[in-house]
Design a protein around this ligand. Structure first.
Ligand code: SF4
Length: 357
């Protein structure tokens, strides 16, 4: 079974922390969708396997009309797909739109809320309010979506532990099935990083950030969520099938500007340039870069992705000495698999590097 990812690189406004490939040139949407549909037609069957999951990510896919979403899904034409996810900005949610998305075939929404505190949303330049975020979840539930994920961020500028506790409580009260949480990163060159460098805002210190993360993990577990990947929590059976396939080596086809594909052992990616992508696709001359993963690359990838999940990596596959990490209680062995402990999650990258070859 394979997955299809479609990248929708449009945003109504750029968030201050963002370094993803996205554009506010919404007038280019029509030409872009035409190119996306063209690319789907030529590449849909590349994996040679039925499509199990579809994921429309961005950018902000909810800047598109429901009709555009319907056309994309119709082009993919995968009635067998079990999970069809679309990312949504809470500011774009309304009952009519949500209903139309459901009818178009979306059966899972990932709503980018980030915070339930208006002043923090303003600090990071989000275009929606806390009230809109709660309303978006409620409206989606009323429209019949019963597989909802939300994104939250912690370690935001001036965010207190009490505010973070409140955000977790609000999220849990919304009866969602899935939560993705990320600590704010100050990426080079973003307006938020500039503000930090100018001394206008202060980054959260490491101890507070770690404490926020630990508290999140504790509360999600207490509420019955499975902590199945470093940044992801799900009620049993509601893990993201699409994202899980990235972590276990399932083939996926990436459609759209900047989208990556993985058809083992080859990874390829489209140029992250809007006009370059549109013109290349329409002229049937798109240059897609690629690399073939050798045995060493595949091992490293398996360690890097596996250790981020609660399934870990098969003990027999690991080629480095893991005893020191086990003695330090940062890795543990369970039914033949090596899994990171909660304490290890703060320094996971260091452990992964040590286990790579
Ligand atoms: S909505 Fe997402 S992709 Fe768009 S600017 Fe904000 S963080 Fe970046």
């Amino acid at each position: 079974m394979a997955g299809i990812y479609v990248h929708i690189p449009f945003c109504k406004k750029r968030c201050l922390y963002c370094d993803f490939f996205s554009t506010t040139l919404l007038e280019r949407q029509e030409a872009y969708i035409e190119a996306v549909i063209e690319e789907i037609k030529t590449r849909r069957d590349e994996a040679g396997e039925p499509i199990r999951t579809i994921y429309l990510g961005g950018g902000t896919p909810s800047t598109l009309s429901a009709e555009a979403i319907r056309q994309i899904l119709a082009a993919i034409h995968a009635p067998e797909a079990e999970e069809v996810t679309m990312e949504m900005n809470p500011g774009d949610a309304n009952a009519t739109y949500l209903q139309a998305l459901k009818e178009a075939g979306i059966n899972r929404l990932s709503i980018g809320i980030q915070s339930f505190q208006d002043e923090l949303l303003q600090h990071i330049g989000r275009r929606h309010s806390a009230q809109q975020a709660k309303e978006a979840v409620r409206m989606a539930q009323e429209a019949g979506f019963d597989n909802l994920s939300i994104d939250l961020m912690y370690a935001l500028p001036e965010q207190t532990m009490a505010q973070w506790e409140e955000d977790i409580t609000t999220a849990l009260d919304l009866n969602i099935q899935h939560l993705s949480c990320y600590g704010l990163m100050y990426e080079p060159g973003t307006p938020l990083t500039q503000k930090m460098e100018n001394g206008e805002i202060q980054a959260t210190d490491e101890d507070t950030e770690n404490a926020m993360y630990d508290r999140l993990c504790e509360r999600m577990r207490q509420s019955g969520f499975r902590h199945y990947e470093v940044s992801n929590f799900a009620l049993p059976g509601r893990e993201s099938k699409h994202n899980s396939s990235y972590w276990d080596g399932t083939p996926y086809i990436g459609i759209g500007a900047g989208a990556h594909s993985y058809l083992p052992p080859v990874r390829s990616w489209n140029p992250d340039n809007l006009d370059g992508y549109i013109n290349g696709i329409m002229a049937h001359s798109l240059q897609r870069e690629s690399e073939t993963l050798n045995e060493k690359d595949q091992y490293n990838e398996q360690v890097m992705l596996g250790l981020r999940t609660d399934q870990g990596v098969a003990r027999s596959a690991i080629r480095r000495d893991i005893r020191p990490w086990i003695e330090a209680e940062l890795l543990r062995e369970t039914t033949g698999r090596i899994v990171a402990t909660q304490r290890a999650l703060h320094i996971l990258n260091r452990i992964i590097e040590d286990l790579m070859i």
